[in-house]
Ligand binder design. Structure first.
Ligand SMILES: Nc1nc2c(c(=O)[nH]1)N[C@H]1C(S)=C(S)[C@@H](COP(=O)(O)OP(=O)(O)OC[C@H]3O[C@@H](n4cnc5c(=O)[nH]c(N)nc54)[C@H](O)[C@@H]3O)O[C@H]1N2
Ligand SMILES: Nc1nc2c(c(=O)[nH]1)N[C@H]1C(S)=C(S)[C@@H](COP(=O)(O)OP(=O)(O)OC[C@H]3O[C@@H](n4cnc5c(=O)[nH]c(N)nc54)[C@H](O)[C@@H]3O)O[C@H]1N2
Ligand SMILES: [Mo]
Length: 762
């Protein structure tokens, strides 16, 4: 009998045993609330969707034209590893020689898998740097707008706003949580790199038992865990800034705002107040004005303001709010509202951006550094904000604005992707297909035949974590896991490290890339960083072999002293913010000086752009994170599949909207707008605001006809419908969270979904 061995994933630590061709998974015994996503893992060992051998797109292999136009249409030819790696090495050398490293895009965005050494992004960046560099991407799809605006307002991203409010403080002290975008428990299932304890439900229940009140502002009722009985204020998507302004206006008109706090800790409030009261444009942003935009009653807005001023209030703003047109504004306005309430820096109150969106935010910081693979320096200066990838491929040489800079899109000839799925994560997939036809060569390492793999020229089969040893650890998680190999590599799959080593060898860079260490030697080498710090701090500091034998290691955390917000509140002169004024910038001169028409010097209400929210299309579509998987990962897993209806992704619709269109529960429906269309299965639910539908991201994109660039996705990927445009000239973040659509019953013959099955080699 095989023993259970420790392992880890972005959605939880676990142990696994492979026996008689079956993988058994047990959640970590120390996890009080393990994630159901663990149910997707066993299929990794046997899914027909796994890539088993290297493959090359026929048109690329035959070299007729560069035949880029056939990308996404052509079939594939399986080849040996040595042939595949020869092609990759030759092509990299050719592009380097002819065009230099600025013609290579290695932005390669994506979550890949847990594990500190075999982390695909670190591997691909290290490899491309060894070759001489690449065009990179900056920021994330998660938080593109917030990560650019917050440094102007509060100082460096993730140093102030997400480190000042802990779950312990919430359990202890918070009176009211005003959660813009909710705080969906399904999102806290996940944390990049791993999560050994899911605590959010338990901590919120503790606060509730003490008498805390939760108000969830969201188009979906279940954006706050149902059993915690949050009060639900259904809001029209994309209108939170209007609601926040309405609340702020009530605070001023009823003198409930904290003028002493604004005076001591902020700059520019007066200029903002001029706008808030409508002294500049004649339009006071009062409760009635807000109600007409956001769909929440003026009386409710007034009561919200009064409750917030009376209670020990915490304002949270979810990632989702800023993944939309002008997404910088709700993040900024949430901070201003919290500043007006004057509770920033008090225990469990003030402001916390994206608390609950990832399971480890709100936990204590680690007191030791984690093992991290060095990536070397990238000598190439060119970069793009990550979600501008299609713009870059389609418009080389064009100028664009970004955070005070005027930049140009580089001319990309080769795209290298490992550990991400742009045909999951990017918007307007028909446009992305066109963009992916532009480069001369696209190389992808994947574990499975995702739609991205099916739009590449050279596809190299990568192992999953189950097939290799690694160190599992993540920020704010106090358990390091010896992730032990549970199964043999599927087919001929190789670790990303081994793939890159093989290419590096062909290019004479083997020593530089590998530093002559085997994978196992790397693990021991990287572990040493943490071990040294543990020893220096007087903590339990086993050597690598002892750690490996034990299977896990408890890491020390820093004590929670209220974080930087508390220190700032104590004394803003000795603990200033790292902003130009040292204070919270309600008005930012730096941003005002950029002169952007879509992000001015203080937060403002901007209605969404007409092409994003089309007036002729009656229904908002919320394209949020799936509860049944992480993004597109393991969509072939049992848990993800169990939620599909007739193999389609479920789309939720309010019964009133369904009735109007003759749609019944379980019907296959077609969603469409000016950009594209997809099939999905209707689920009628009162938990969704009337006028809104919800289709989670992550169903693998499958066009009905590969050769048709306007083809419907028959599986239910919402990114065929979303718009590909930046949040604003400031951040150029992803805006994929909301769009508008019409929906109808699908009465045609239902095409079978094949994307989760084996690749067919013709
Ligand atoms: N419309 C809309 N779109 C969105 C969002 C939204 O809210 N709405 N959310 C956005 C957000 S927040 C994010 S973070 C992105 C997520 O987008 P991604 O991070 O691109 O999504 P994943 O599905 O996690 O893709 C990871 C891929 O890496 C592969 N992989 C896993 N492990 C390994 C490995 O070891 N080696 C290699 N080579 N490959 C591996 C997996 O098979 C998978 O295909 O999506 C964004 N897209
Ligand atoms: N299970 C699971 N958990 C995940 C992920 C996953 O793929 N699966 N992905 C992880 C990642 S990478 C990230 S970045 C985070 C993302 O964290 P978020 O971006 O916050 O997560 P979402 O689920 O996209 O959005 C949260 C909720 O916001 C609501 N919402 C949408 N638009 C609006 C609006 O205009 N106003 C208001 N008030 N509410 C709105 C939606 O109903 C939605 O359910 O989640 C992480 N957690
Ligand atoms: Mo994300």
């Amino acid at each position: 009998m095989n023993a259970f061995k420790p392992h880890s994933s972005h959605w939880g630590a676990f142990s696994g045993r492979y026996e008689d061709g079956k993988l058994e998974i047990l959640p970590h015994p120390g996890d009080p609330d393990p994630s159901p996503l663990l149910g997707n893992i066993p299929a990794v060992a046997h899914s027909p969707a796994r890539i088993r051998r290297p493959a090359i797109r026929r048109g690329w292999l035959e070299g007729k034209s560069k035949l880029a136009g056939q990308r996404g249409i052509d079939d594939y030819v399986e080849v040996s590893w040595s042939e595949a790696l020869d092609h990759v090495a030759k092509e990299l050398a050719r592009i380097h020689g002819d065009f230099g490293p600025t013609a290579i895009f290695g932005g390669s965005y994506g979550w890949s898998s847990a594990g500190r050494f075999h982390h695909a992004q670190s591997q691909v960046h290290r490899f491309l740097n060894v070759l001489g560099g690449y065009v990179r991407s900056v920021n994330t799809y998660s938080s593109g707008a917030a990560s650019v605006i917050i440094p102007h307002i509060l100082g460096p991203y993730d140093t102030f706003d997400r480190k000042s409010v802990t779950w312990d403080a919430i359990e202890r002290s918070t009176g009211l949580i005003l959660a813009f975008g909710g705080m969906a428990i399904k999102n806290a299932d996940v944390h990049g790199g791993g999560i050994s304890k899911h605590v959010v439900r338990q901590k919120l229940a503790g606060a509730k038992a003490r008498g805390a009140r939760f108000i969830s502002i969201s188009p979906l009722k279940d954006d706050f865990s149902g059993d915690l009985a949050a009060e639900w204020l259904p809001i029209t998507p994309g209108t939170d800034v209007a609601l926040m302004l309405g609340i702020a206006n009530v605070l001023v008109s009823e003198t409930l705002h904290d003028r002493a706090f604004l005076e001591s800790y902020t700059v520019g409030y007066d200029r903002f107040e001029t706008y808030l009261l409508g002294r500049d444009d004649g339009q006071p942003k009062n409760a009635e004005w807000a109600a007409a935009i956001c769909g929440i009653d003026a009386d409710v807005i007034r009561n919200l303001a009064r409750s917030a001023a009376r209670a020990r209030t915490l304002i949270t703003v979810s990632h989702s709010l800023q993944r939309a047109d002008y997404g910088e504004q709700p993040v900024w306005m949430g901070i201003v509202l919290a500043a007006m309430l004057g509770q920033i820096g008090l225990d469990g109150s003030g402001y916390s951006y994206s608390l609950g969106a990832l399971g480890n935010i709100g936990k204590s910081q680690l007191a030791v550094p984690l093992p991290t693979l060095g990536q070397f320096k990238n000598p190439v200066a060119d970069y793009i904000p990550v979600a501008r990838v299609a713009d870059m491929l389609l418009n080389p040489g064009d100028a664009f604005d970004y955070n005070g800079h005027s930049l140009k899109y580089p001319d990309i000839r080769l795209v290298y992707w490992a550990g991400g799925n742009p045909f999951h994560h990017h918007q307007d997939l028909n446009r992305l297909r066109a963009a992916f036809r532009r480069p001369e060569t696209i190389i992808v390492h994947e574990t499975a035949w995702t739609s991205t793999a099916r739009h590449a020229d050279i596809v190299l089969p990568a192992t999953t974590t189950l097939e290799r040893d690694d160190i599992g650890a993540a920020d704010r998680d106090d358990l390091m896991i010896a992730m032990k190999r549970l199964i043999e590599p599927v087919g001929e799959a190789r670790d990303d490290y081994d793939i890159f080593s093989g290419i590096a060898q062909r290019l004479g860079k083997f020593d530089a890339f590998t530093e002559n260490r085997t994978s196992r030697e790397w693990l021991a080498f990287l572990f040493e960083t943490t071990r040294t710090a543990l020893a220096a701090g007087g903590h339990d500091a086993p050597d690598f072999e002892t750690f490996w034998e034990r299977g896990e290691l408890r890491l020390p955390v820093k004590s929670d002293k209220g974080g930087p917000a508390h220190a700032f509140r104590q004394d803003p002169s000795t603990s200033p913010l790292q902003t130009p004024s040292g204070k919270i910038e309600i008005f930012s001169q730096a941003i005002a000086d950029f002169g952007y028409d879509d992000c001015r010097g203080h937060p403002k209400w901007y209605p969404a752009r007409a092409e994003t929210i089309e007036a002729s299309l009656p229904l908002h579509l919320v394209c949020n994170q799936p509860h049944q998987r992480l993004h597109s990962q393991l969509d072939y897993g049992d848990f993800s599949r169990s939620t599909k209806i007739r193999d389609r992704e479920p789309v939720r619709i309010n019964p009133a909207d369904a009735r109007l269109r003759g749609i019944s529960d379980g019907d296959i429906v077609r969603l469409f707008n000016s950009r594209g269309s997809c099939l999905a299965a209707a689920v009628l639910s009162e938990d969704i605001k009337e006028g809104v539908m919800q289709l989670a991201t992550g169903a693998w994109f499958e066009p009905q006809d590969r050769a048709d660039d306007t083809a419907m996705c028959i599986h239910g990927n919402p990114n065929i419908l979303t718009r590909d445009i930046g949040t604003s000239k400031l951040a150029q973040g992803c805006t994929g969270q909301i769009t508008t659509v019409e929906v109808e019953r699908f009465t045609g013959e239902l095409p079978p979904v094949r994307i989760l099955e084996a690749m067919v080699f013709e």
